[in-house]
Design a binder for this molecule. Structure first.
Ligand code: ADP
Ligand code: MG
Length: 267
């Protein structure tokens, strides 16, 4: 079966939109030039959307968190202005790393995903992983060629998110691969890294103080370190859940509105 001329020229977005465009052109009495402009713009926008969708799929982000969805008032130790500055993505262009430190539930993963999302919408390639996933992928490669190709997978994207550094200690081999990766990306691409442990514990994490010092030296040479010293948002949500779904015995209290008022005061 012969494909349409639009299909042959890969003008797939235009092909879909054309009937409506022609209809509009006729009712609005567009000039030929306007019609051509609108047709080409439609195709271009369609291509950009598809490219974003492709990058989003390749990035393997665990959620669709955004900066707009982050409640800065809940985390006063965090400078909203600083985060907004980072969201202008100059850190990607200058290959600067971002290190988010803080206890569980303080929004480290949320913010890393939000920044990654910004980056891929702006046209940068992104990959999200956790340190344990990364270490596992590299240490289970069955031959050196596979290690190289897996390392390349983590080296190539403009932005690599390494989440949850500190939850698992690494084997000697895994620590060496982690070091190799950070070295390969040094001044070539950004890393957004999140951790619940202080840098002082990285020797234990990597099982090697000298390696940890060398790795941190490269990681932090061009880096924005953001410490979040606040409460867990998860705990807040849990308290809200408990408050929002009252047990039967609490129903009368809830009906008076006293309970809801109490929640408002504590939140
Ligand atoms: P961490 O990675 O520091 O353990 P997360 O980023 O996973 O924490 O946050 C836990 C949950 O709470 C997520 O669903 C996240 O979207 C939400 N969250 C954390 N902090 C905030 C905040 N300040 N505003 C809105 N949601 C938040
Ligand atoms: Mg997290």
């Amino acid at each position: 079966m012969k494909q349409s001329i639009y299909h042959q020229l890969h003008l797939t977005s235009l092909e879909v939109a054309l009937p409506q465009l022609l209809q509009e052109a006729s009712t609005q009495q567009w000039t030929y030039e306007t019609l051509l402009q609108r047709a080409l713009t439609t195709e271009l926008e369609g291509r950009e959307q598809k490219a974003i969708a492709r990058r989003l799929k390749a990035a393997r982000l665990p959620s669709a968190k955004t900066l707009e969805g982050f409640d800065f008032s809940f985390q006063p130790s965090l400078s909203e202005r600083r985060l907004r500055e980072l969201a202008d993505l100059s850190f990607v262009r200058t290959c600067t790393n971002i290190v988010l430190l803080g206890p569980p539930g303080t929004g480290k993963t949320h913010l890393s995903v939000a920044l990654a999302n910004r980056a891929l919408t702006a046209g940068h390639s992104v990959l999200f992983t956790t340190l344990s996933e990364l270490a596992h992928a590299l240490s289970t490669a069955s031959h050196p060629g596979l290690v190289r190709s897996r390392l390349r997978h983590y080296i190539t994207p403009s932005v690599l998110v390494i989440d949850e550094v500190g939850y698992t200690t690494l084997s000697q081999e895994q620590a060496r691969y982690f070091f190799e990766l950070v070295t390969a990306r040094y001044e070539h691409g950004s890393i957004i890294l999140t951790s619940n442990t202080s840098f002082a514990s990285w020797g234990t994490l990597l099982g090697d103080d000298v390696l940890a010092t060398a790795l941190l030296d490269r990681l932090l040479h061009h880096a924005e370190v953001i410490a979040i010293n606040g409460r867990s948002y998860r705990m807040k949500e849990r308290q809200m859940d408990r408050a929002g779904v009252p047990a039967p015995a609490e129903a009368t209290l809830s009906a008076t509105g006293a309970r809801a008022a109490g929640v408002g005061a504590s939140a």
